[in-house]
Structure formats: structure tokens, C-alpha cells
Design a protein around this ligand. Structure first.
Ligand SMILES: [Zn+2]
Length: 274
């Protein structure tokens, strides 16, 4: 069975991570990771490619990878330029409220910048308008009305400025709620979660990500979910897709290489058996 690695990033990071016990994430590190992906023959795909593969069995490149990004952060632009050099395209999930704050243009992309990224072949998805936590919104309005309003506003702004009808969604933070997923299913074709450890904050308390997606096995030695839960496969729940943050479990080059190699080793092993 094909396993698709999927990474996540918020852009370079020069100031916050030391305080959170996370290494600095700089363009050099990202380029090292891109080099490994390129060496191993990976080709980037979008959520459109993923949908075609899932729904119509349209084949993917032999070694597909997804590079996801959240937030319209200016700090993503250096990474975008590096990816252009390596021929990779990303998927960017936009929370729209920062796009309205023109006085924050040194932190967030302008619409012109975002349109340039989009025109270069990046796929754009939704990340709500105000980026409130899913469990908080579900508690505040169990009917799902607040969540729906947040999605509608985000999608309307993306349509107005980028001319797209957004089809894909990324949950905010490490939070999930049933109410959100119910609304997500009405509006989008895919929804993606964010993996920095093994656990998820839900409206029913803390749960293991592996349990949410029904992957058996214990956490791995790095403290993250079982390896099998870290890839997209044909069996993946389309509304609970994983993504491996580049600053956490796959930050070290060895770990990143192992993650990528784990994708095709599994494919080859299956191919030998069948
Ligand atoms: Zn976010």
C-alpha cells in the first residue's frame, strides 16, 4: 500500500522556539530536509492530486510527498523560494483574519504575496477566520454555529481575494472536536491534523492520535504515534489526515530521512508479498 509522507511548517522561526524547548527552525534546516527529499526522488503533490488518486485511482508519482504549511506567515516566503529551487510545491492553509491586518504586514503576507505563491502552483486551503481552538468553539456553541461561521468567513475571503472555492481544511492547534468534524464534512473534502507529539486535545478530553485514526500499536521511542499513523494511505480517514511538524519529531536529519524512507520501504515490502 502506498504511504505518502506529509510535513507541516509555520515558516522559519527565529525567536519563539527556544522558550518552548524546540530547536530554532531556519531556512538552512529546511533546505537540508528538501535536499534529502530530492535525493530520495520524492515529488510534491497537492490535495487535488490526492483527491484524484483517492477517487479516480489517478496514479501519483512513484514517491509522492506533501509539504503543508499553516498560516499566511511572511516567514514561509523564504521556504517557498527554496522549494521553487528544488521544484517542490506546497499546500498552504490560511486563517484569514491576519490578512485583514495591514499594519501587520511585516509578520503576515500581503494579498499580492499570497497570490504570487498561489500562482507559482501552491494549493490553498482553509484554516478558519480567527483561529480559535476547536474544542473551545465547540464548548461555546455546541450547535456548531460558531464553527460554521468561522469557516464561511474564511472561505468567502479566500474566494474574494484568490478566486478559489476552498475544498480543504486544517484544524487549528492540536485540537479536535466532533462538532467541527461534522461541519467539516459538509464543507470540505479533506481535513488535516498536526502532529508534534502523540496526543490530541478533543472535546472529550485528551486522546491518542493513533486511537483517533484507528492505528494499532504503542507510541514509538521518539514519543510520537506509531509510524504507520504518520503517513497518508488509501485507508486514511480523509478528515483526520496526519502531518509531521518539521520542528518536532522529524527535525533531525536522521529522523527526517527515516520518515521518508519508511514510506517507500513499506511500499516495496508490500509489493514483494503481493
Ligand atoms: Zn494554525
Amino acid at each position: 500500500m502506498m504511504r505518502i509522507p506529509i510535513t507541516m511548517s509555520h515558516g522559519t522561526n527565529h525567536w519563539q522556539s527556544k522558550a518552548h524547548g524546540v530547536p530554532l527552525y531556519e531556512a538552512e534546516r529546511f533546505e537540508g530536509q528538501l535536499r534529502i527529499a530530492a535525493e530520495l526522488g520524492f515529488q510534491s503533490i497537492s490535495y487535488d492530486d490526492l483527491a484524484l488518486w483517492r477517487d479516480d485511482a489517478t496514479p501519483l508519482p512513484e514517491r509522492p510527498i506533501m509539504f503543508d504549511f499553516d498560516h499566511p506567515n511572511k516567514a514561509i516566503l523564504p521556504l517557498w523560494r527554496l522549494m521553487e529551487r528544488y521544484g517542490f510545491k506546497g499546500n498552504l492553509f490560511v486563517n484569514t483574519s491576519p490578512m485583514e491586518k495591514v499594519y501587520m504586514d511585516h509578520v503576515y503576507m500581503t494579498w499580492d504575496e499570497l497570490r504570487e505563491v498561489q500562482a507559482s502552483g501552491w494549493h490553498i486551503g482553509s484554516h478558519t477566520h480567527n483561529h480559535m481552538e476547536m474544542s473551545y468553539m465547540a464548548r461555546k456553541d455546541p450547535s456548531g454555529g460558531l464553527i460554521r461561521e468561522q469557516m464561511e468567513k474564511c472561505d468567502a475571503i479566500l474566494e474574494e481575494h484568490l478566486g478559489i472555492i476552498s475544498q480543504d481544511f486544517a484544524f487549528t492547534g492540536i485540537t479536535w472536536s466532533q462538532a467541527t468534524e461534522d461541519v467539516v464534512k459538509e464543507r470540505y473534502r479533506f481535513a488535516r491534523l498536526w502532529i508534534v507529539g502523540s496526543r490530541y486535545e478533543t472535546d472529550e478530553g485528551e486522546v491518542r492520535y493513533a486511537d483517533m485514526v484507528g492505528v494499532p500499536g504503542d507510541e514509538e521511542d521518539d514519543g510520537g504515534p506509531p509510524f504507520a499513523a504518520r503517513y497518508i494511505t488509501k485507508a486514511s480517514n480523509s478528515y483526520r489526515l496526519p502531518s509531521m511538524d518539521l520542528e518536532y519529531l522529524v527535525y533531525e536529519y536522521d529522523a527526517f530521512r527515516r520518515y521518508l524512507e519508511g514510506a517507500f520501504q513499506a511500499t516495496e515490502a508490500t509489493a514483494e508479498v503481493t
